[in-house]
Design a protein around this ligand. Structure first.
Ligand SMILES: C[S@@+](CC[C@H](N)C(=O)[O-])C[C@H]1O[C@@H](n2cnc3c(N)ncnc32)[C@H](O)[C@@H]1O
Length: 428
């Protein structure tokens, strides 16, 4: 067993052997984010922070990946890119192969990703986060079943979703445990880059769209980082330039995209302390509230209109902004359906403008009702989490889920405060 320093030296040597020999960044531990990349020297605006040669990128077209996929399926083109890369990593994990120096440095587990949180924490996730995580769990199981399904004898085992269900080695191909595949699937999901080359349109449709980029994939995310990234066809490398300067010793970040904390927790297993993209999805809460004067019939009429005009769902609350126009529009349609005997045919146009004051008051009451329902749910979840926290090993996952709920409370309280302020102004 090599020490961490030896593993790092081995990895650096390995990178050099594959054509990567740059000195601006080095791996380091940071109190707030864990492992990331540190500037070894001052870095100016516009300078490249990493440049990964094509030979170091791992894609579904990399010969070692194609060979692994072939050994499982007989044909290297039958799997999706994500499936191929995950199969490759899972296989490499179990052997002393060419990629061992890289595999050694990958995280050993992904227990802060929402889908892999223990049940007691999972049950306290916000609904939309639970839905994202459940979809991911299904996706991983389906991908595993697809790979196992290439061999008739293994098919039965593939349906077996136990974490330790393994290929019984009834055929000549290598074994693949569910545990290794799940680890690899999340390694790819949390680390792969999108190869958005500008020449995509003129390249073949089978040009890889995602890749693992050893070294680049040790860069952490902030929403403030400004970068320019892409594959450079001339230099045959994937290059990231920073559009912000760094001092020696500072952590260098990239930007994974305009993601809120729920998305970050589902896809990457972390949250930001201050995230400008946070919002609260209230689709399920709005379905559960009853507005003043609403009946089962008026609700059905409103829902038919909302469905018919593509206005059902995607309702959000924001920290420093009004509720989403879709949410207000949906509530206006529900109010109109409840107060008018027959709803005017142009109701889907009317709903974007304020209604008469009494009807608009009911809309605002509806928003307040939604906020109260979210607050109640947040308080219950936070109470449930704090009761369990002391007994759990997953303290990091706990604090991340708590933060998502605290973000939610802050947003909802802000919306309620602005509603109250508006009311005060109207009464003056
Ligand atoms: C592409 S990797 C970055 C390198 C990773 N920290 C490592 O040590 O291998 C993405 C993972 O890094 C972590 N990460 C990225 N940005 C972070 C941040 N701002 N705070 C905490 N963790 C972060 C998350 O675990 C995420 O899944």
């Amino acid at each position: 067993m090599r020490s961490r320093d030896q593993q790092l030296d081995h990895f650096t040597e390995w990178l050099r052997g594959k054509g990567y020999d740059q000195h601006r960044l080095q791996l380091a531990e940071f109190p707030e984010t864990g492992r990331g990349m540190m500037a070894k020297e001052a870095i100016q605006v516009g300078q490249p922070i990493v440049e990964i040669p094509r030979s170091l990128l791992i894609t579904c077209k990399t010969p070692a990946v194609e060979a692994t996929v072939k050994s499982f399926s007989g044909d290297s083109t039958l799997l999706s890119e994500h499936q191929s890369l995950a199969l490759f990593l899972a296989h490499q994990r179990g052997i002393l192969g060419e990629y061992r120096p890289y595999i050694n440095l990958l995280p050993t587990h992904f227990t802060t990703v929402a889908a892999l949180m223990p049940k007691e924490i999972f049950n306290h996730l916000p609904w939309e986060l639970q839905a994202m995580a459940s979809a991911q769990r299904t996706h991983v199981r389906r991908d595993y079943a697809r790979i196992m399904g290439f061999c008739d004898d293994c098919k039965g085992k593939a349906e077996y979703s136990s974490k330790d269900g393994s290929c019984p080695n009834c055929c000549t191909r290598p074994s693949l445990t569910y545990t290794d595949f799940e680890w690899a699937w999340f390694a790819v999901n949390t680390r792969c880059i999108t190869l958005n080359t500008t020449q995509r349109r003129i390249t073949h449709s089978d040009t890889p769209k995602i890749a693992l980029a050893p070294m680049l994939d040790f860069l952490n995310h902030t929403s403030e980082a400004k970068i320019q990234a892409g594959f450079d066809a001339t230099g045959q490398s994937y290059r990231i330039r920073t559009l912000m300067p760094y001092e020696p010793g500072e952590q260098v970040f990239i930007n994974y995209g305009p993601h809120d904390n729920s998305f970050l927790l589902a896809e990457y297993g972390f949250v930001l302390r201050h995230n400008p993209y946070n919002h609260v999805i209230v689709d399920r809460y709005i379905d559960e509230i009853i507005l003043e004067g609403e009946t089962v019939d008026s609700r059905r009429v409103a829902n038919d209109i909302l469905d018919g005009h593509g206005l059902r769902g995607d309702y959000t609350l924001h920290l420093d902004d009004d509720p989403s126009p879709r949410l207000t529009a949906a509530l206006r349609i529900r109010v109109l359906s409840s107060v008018l005997k027959s709803v005017p045919p142009n109701v889907a146009d009317m709903c974007w403008e304020p209604l008469v004051p009494e009807q608009e008051r009911r809309v605002q009451d509806g928003i307040r009702c939604v906020c109260e329902a979210v607050l109640l749910h947040a308080e219950q979840a936070l109470r449930g989490l704090s009761g369990l926290e002391a007994h759990s090993k997953e303290s990091l996952a706990f604090s991340m889920v708590q933060q998502v709920w605290n973000d939610t409370v802050a947003i909802v309280k802000g919306v309620m405060q602005r509603l109250a302020d508006k009311e005060d102004t109207c009464q003056m």
